[in-house]
Design a protein around this ligand. Structure first.
Ligand code: PMP
Length: 392
């Protein structure tokens, strides 16, 4: 009799059934080739501004190497509260309503784990960030996808929202400015959804990690709208606005009872976010505004360039008002998004992400990150023009 045990059988059924990320699979392929221009990665191309790096180095020199309090350094939470009030008109108490996390990623995870019972449904607006579905499933929840369309600039309509609410619906995840579409929501657009959210007593998980990256008007946080703070879990972080992806620092804000629930998970699983990263974040909020504005201005210029470029090639592209992604339609080429991306990579060495990786609503689109140098963007668009002209 064999004593061998299959490894798969030792995994939980939830983990065993999770699909590997479609983005990763594609980029492993791109990484194995030479001369590839990548419009694939979802992170700033800037190195973290020196003042944040210096603040962190200096804290290490001064011996700040121990744990901080579970919720994060109080000075940092005070700065986060001031920043959110000043930028987005939302007020959170630094002591009871803000928790510093290991990236926005941890914040999404603990928010879901804190509120879900097995089988609870969570609405997710598609196309969406690739982590939401697996993280909901890992928390025992059931994701329910809401569709959006390019005709509506990928904004959620009240009809689509209402159609999917059931007795099991506990929460909805929003991500505006959006990854992958670059779409945003204005206060007026939020207003149309609020009565439905309130009538059905839904919790809102609002992933505002791209909140600083808007081009035109300031980001409108759903938490700032009347009656919404109580039911919103606001998530943000330092990765995108301050080019600090590798530092792993984010935060979550919610009313005290919800925050205490999340803190229970965080204190047992993380203890606290990295101290040296908290030191850098403190500097970012105190003195990093001009660095951030410089980076945002650069994204704005590149956005204009790529959107014009796609339209010139004949690929319809809605104007992304935020984040650093364009999401053009590739319908005129007659190819599926996966075939388009694969052929483009093989024939022209440009890596983009097929839109359906972000859910069914992404069919017929590709996600292109413009967080790369203008020079690379120009080359990538030339290569894409060549590719598309050969197809037609
Ligand atoms: N939310 C969205 C929508 C993102 O695009 C990302 C990063 N790609 C994250 C959360 C994770 O951010 P962090 O680095 O703070 O964990």
């Amino acid at each position: 009799m064999s004593t061998q045990v299959s490894v798969k059988s030792r995994l939980s059924s939830t983990v065993a059934s999770l699909k590997p990320s479609g983005i990763r699979r594609f980029f492993d392929l791109a990484a194995s080739m030479e001369g590839v221009i990548s419009l694939g990665v979802g992170e700033p191309d800037f190195v973290t501004p020196w003042r944040m790096r210096e603040a962190s180095i200096s804290s290490l020199e001064r011996g700040y190497t121990a744990y901080t309090s579970n919720a994060g350094m109080l000075e940092l939470r005070v700065e986060i509260a001031k920043y959110l009030e000043e930028r987005f008109s939302v007020s959170y108490h630094p002591d009871k309503e803000i928790l510093v996390t290991v990236g926005a990623s941890e914040a999404i995870d603990i928010a879901l784990r804190a509120i879900l019972d097995p089988g609870d449904e969570v609405l997710v607006v598609e196309p969406c960030y690739v982590s939401y579905e697996p993280v909901i499933r890992l928390a025992g929840g059931v994701p329910v996808f809401l569709k959006t369309k390019m005709e509506n600039q990928f904004k959620l309509t009240p009809e689509e929202l209402e159609k999917h609410i059931t007795a099991r619906t506990k929460a909805i995840i929003f991500c505006y400015p959006n990854n992958p579409t670059g779409s945003t929501m204005s206060a007026e657009e939020w207003q149309a959804l609020l009565p439905i959210l309130q009538k059905n007593d839904l919790l809102v998980i609002s992933d505002e990690i791209y909140g600083e990256l808007t081009y035109g008007r300031m980001h409108d946080s759903i938490a700032a709208l009347p009656g919404m703070k109580e039911r919103t879990i606001l998530i943000s972080g330092f990765s995108k606005a301050f080019a600090m992806t590798g530092w792993r620092l984010g935060y979550v804000c919610a009313e005290p009872e919800l925050l205490a629930g999340m803190l229970k998970i965080h204190q047992y699983t993380m203890l606290c976010a990295p101290t040296m990263a908290q030191m850098a974040a403190l500097e970012a909020l105190r003195h990093g505004r001009s660095d951030m504005e410089r980076m945002v201005e650069s994204y704005r210029q590149r956005r204009n360039y790529v959107v014009d470029g796609f339209r010139h090639i004949g690929l319809d592209c809605h104007e992304p008002e935020g984040a650093f992604y364009a999401f053009p339609s590739i319908a005129p080429t007659g190819l599926s998004a996966a075939d388009f991306a694969e052929k483009l990579l093989m024939e022209e060495k440009v890596a983009v992400v097929p839109g359906d990786v972000f859910g069914e609503s992404g069919h017929g689109h590709i996600r292109c990150s413009y967080a790369t140098s203008m020079e690379q963007l120009k080359k990538a668009l030339d290569r894409m023009e060549h590719f598309v002209s050969r197809l037609s």
